[in-house]
Design a protein around this ligand. Structure first.
Ligand code: ATP
Length: 275
């Protein structure tokens, strides 16, 4: 540190410990009234594979097991969480901070669509502004007594997910894929990004893994045989669950009733998160 530190590295040439710290630690603090026990990021190497659905189902599962859960919708340009939970109310801002909206079963939710006047308005913002909005959802929203905060991460491995990883201390991530040809490359990208960011990986959820015929009860692999086990093994991670392609799922999302869905599709993941 220079002899009289003005807390302004821009005008100071001293190569001190404080400068090094400022250059490498980009972590944002949560709101001082927030109390979050575990933060779990849900990521996908590409869009449209069901990342928001898996985030929603994880929050529902943990909530059903008696934990207070919350969702931070960091998918700013494609926010689909409020629709899946049928939330029409807007989030409230107070002098102290922003209050998330509670779903029917008590899951706290924050999403850009809970701030926009019209939820069909597109968010046409540049990367840094989008990343800043996510940071604000972390630092300015009051996440009160949350056991599990699930973050629906922006898809891909670009600028925005990177900034989010740098700013929010995530306890672990879950990677969502669908059984398609490019899965190996897509998973590799997500795994490498997590490793670069030093974030532990819980494992992979394969969505739209199969379709179960209601007439013959047979499972059909619509996208062909999956090689997810091999891909997971190659990266030393686990396949946590395989979700069927099920019209009841899309119907529940469309009707805003995802938390009232009867099936507990991701129940087997819960004990791992509870450790
Ligand atoms: N297993 C499934 N069975 C039936 N419908 C599904 C399933 N998974 C996802 N869907 C439907 O597919 C659509 C896209 O899913 P979702 O929004 O979760 O994808 P996403 O990966 O978050 O997309 P994006 O990256 O663009 O935000 C939704 O309408 C959802 O209801």
């Amino acid at each position: 540190m220079s002899e009289v530190c003005q807390l302004d590295c821009g005008s100071c040439g001293s190569d001190c410990a404080d400068r090094t710290k400022q250059q490498t630690d980009f972590t944002e603090q949560p709101h001082h009234l927030s109390n979050i026990k575990k933060v779990i990021g849900v990521v996908s190497g590409k869009g449209g594979v069901g990342k928001s659905l898996v985030t929603s189902l994880l929050a529902v599962t943990m909530n059903r097991r008696g934990h207070h859960t919350a969702i931070l919708d960091a998918d700013i340009t494609g926010p689909s969480i409020p629709k899946a939970f049928g939330i029409k109310k807007k989030a409230m801002g107070t002098d102290t901070g922003i209050i998330p909206v509670k779903s029917v079963t008590g899951i706290d939710i924050m999403s850009i669509n809970l701030l926009l006047e019209n939820d069909t308005d597109p968010v046409v913002w540049r990367g840094p502004i989008i990343a800043n909005t996510v940071k604000q959802f972390w630092s300015e929203v009051i996440w009160e007594d949350v056991d599990y905060l699930f973050i629906d991460m922006p898809p891909g491995t670009g600028d925005v997910p990177l900034t989010v990883f740098q700013s929010i201390k995530v306890d672990g991530i879950i990677i969502v894929t669908s059984p398609q040809e490019l899965v190996s490359m897509i998973v590799s990208k997500a795994v490498k990004m997590a490793q670069m960011m030093n974030v532990p990986i819980y494992g992979i959820v394969e969505n739209m893994s199969y379709f179960k015929c209601t007439d013959c009860d047979k499972e059909h692999k619509i996208f062909g045989e999956s090689n997810i086990e091999k891909v997971a093994e190659a990266h030393g991670i686990k396949v946590l669950a395989k979700l069927p392609m099920d019209s009841r799922i899309s119907a529940s999302c469309d009707a805003g009733m995802i938390e009232l869905i009867h099936e507990n599709y991701l129940e087997e993941i819960a004990p791992l998160l509870e450790v």
